[in-house]
Design a protein around this ligand. Structure first.
Ligand code: PLP
Length: 450
């Protein structure tokens, strides 16, 4: 029964990013099945999944072709490793499939199981690259406050979420600069001027640390888990200029932005910059199997491939055949059904346009987004941009209302975040907007925002 499952779960299951004490008391929802863009809990409540799982089920939950690909791979070769000079058919084919959809100049991939491991791998690759170039002192990595790059020690060190840093001791060669969050930090400044100023913090940080010591800068094209922070147009070109001029490797963490979310295969294409390394995970298998990795650009790959000796890094499941089979099927569906082109020309602009109507809502200060990802910043006063309540209480309330109305959205700080599956139709976007609107109305009423 639902009650029994909840009891097992409360008693024994430590959930990610969860207040253990509170969860023990309250318990949670058991999600039992899913279809198209809907999840169903154990008691049968249907919820429109406005978060594509955790930004990963971009094609929704009814992709039988992926299920069959995994199933048949498990029957033929459930596992073999990619050590001992061995490979397997799905790993080799998936490497080629990823190269085919990546920007020009990306011809190699290193597979992991997750985005966190992929970002750890980035650090290992970057350090190896500079060692081979006989610049072993180039070890420092610059990233951004409020960024999220995963939960392993190295990936969490790259991340810039202060509440996470308070809970562990990170690696000491990561340094952070600000995020380009114009609405929260730009005040009265011009958006594009603000974008330039924030990007130039990278230059200042490089000067402070010494160019000869800095190896790489890592960031997400749009900061996702940090609240969907869409950078001003000027931001990424300036970051690119600085990395090029200072000979610093540029890593684009595309764990959320990759595979169509921002309107192109990768977010770096939407924002028009050319990274040296690309982190991917999540939607690469439509969330059906764990798979992540790093696309390695030619500049780095040529040095790695020319270096003598073994690269001492790898995972038991790097290039897992069943995960790669899921990835091959996912990319094939996306290509054959022209998912990115179709979304970019219809559903994505429709979603963005429909959400913009909330700019007039009393408790919404800003609506921002790109492609199929968006956020609504909740405020108590549009003019001063003051928060509605402390501790993100309004956003949490709004999220709970949305879920009660049958819509899964995420509360990040004071922002309501949505990233629905790319296979939604206009009617389903209307449903999402209607349910979100009712949650916003309830929030305005609860917190007396007029
Ligand atoms: N990088 C970004 C931008 C992410 O959003 C995430 C997860 O949300 C990660 C890395 C970590 O990926 P994973 O949870 O697969 O380890």
């Amino acid at each position: 029964t639902t009650a029994q499952l909840q009891q097992f779960d409360r008693a024994h299951h430590l959930h990610p990013f969860t207040d253990f004490k509170q969860y023990q008391k309250q318990g949670g929802r058991i999600v039992s099945r899913a279809e198209h863009i809907y999840i169903y809990d154990h008691d049968g409540q249907q919820i429109l999944d406005g978060m594509s799982g955790l930004w990963c089920c971009n094609l929704g939950y009814s992709q039988q072709r992926i299920v069959e690909a995994v199933n048949s791979q498990l029957q033929q070769l459930p596992y073999y490793n990619n050590f001992f000079n061995c490979s397997n058919q799905p790993a080799a084919e998936m490497a080629k499939a990823l190269v085919d959809i990546s920007p020009d100049g990306f011809n190699h991939v290193f597979f992991t199981n997750s985005g966190s491991e992929a970002n750890d791998t980035n650090i290992r690759l970057v350090h190896r690259y500079y060692d081979l170039l006989e610049q072993p002192q180039k070890k420092l990595i610059i990233s951004r406050h409020n960024g999220y790059h995963g939960s392993t020690i190295a990936a969490a060190s790259l991340g810039g979420m202060s509440f996470m840093h308070e809970q562990f001791r990170g690696i000491d060669y990561v340094h952070h600069i600000d995020q380009p969050h114009w609405y929260a930090e730009g005040g009265d400044s011009d958006r594009n001027e603000f974008g330039l100023q924030v990007a130039r913090q990278l230059e200042k940080k490089i000067d402070e640390l010494g160019e000869e010591n800095v190896a790489a800068f890592i960031a997400e094209p749009i900061q996702g888990a940090g609240g969907v922070i869409v950078p001003p147009e000027t931001y990424w070109p300036e970051i690119q200029r600085i990395c090029d001029e200072r000979d610093i490797l540029l890593i684009s963490d595309e764990v959320i932005c990759g595979f169509g979310r921002t309107g192109a295969w990768f977010g770096c294409e939407t924002f028009n910059f050319k990274p040296d390394l690309i982190t991917f995970a999540k939607a690469v298998t439509n969330g059906y199997q764990p798979l992540g990795g790093v696309m390695v650009g030619d500049k780095v790959a040529s040095v790695l491939l020319g270096g003598d000796g073994e690269f001492g890094h790898g995972l038991t499941y790097s290039g897992h055949p069943a995960s790669c089979a899921a990835g091959i099927a996912t990319l094939a569906i996306m290509k054959e059904q022209r998912i990115i082109e179709r979304t970019a020309s219809d559903i994505a602009p429709y979603l963005q346009q429909q959400l913009r109507q909330f700019e007039d809502h009393p408790c919404v200060g800003e609506v921002r987004g790109s492609g199929m990802v968006a956020a609504l910043e909740l405020v108590g006063d549009k003019h001063s941009r003051a928060k509605i309540a402390d501790n993100s209480a309004a956003a949490t309330f709004c999220r709970d209302q949305a879920i009660a109305n049958g819509l899964m959205v995420r509360a990040v700080g004071d922002a309501m975040v949505t990233a629905p599956p790319m296979v939604c139709d206009r009617g389903e976007i209307d449903l999402l907007v209607d349910r979100l609107g009712r949650a916003l109305d309830a929030t305005a009423k609860e917190f007396a925002v007029k």
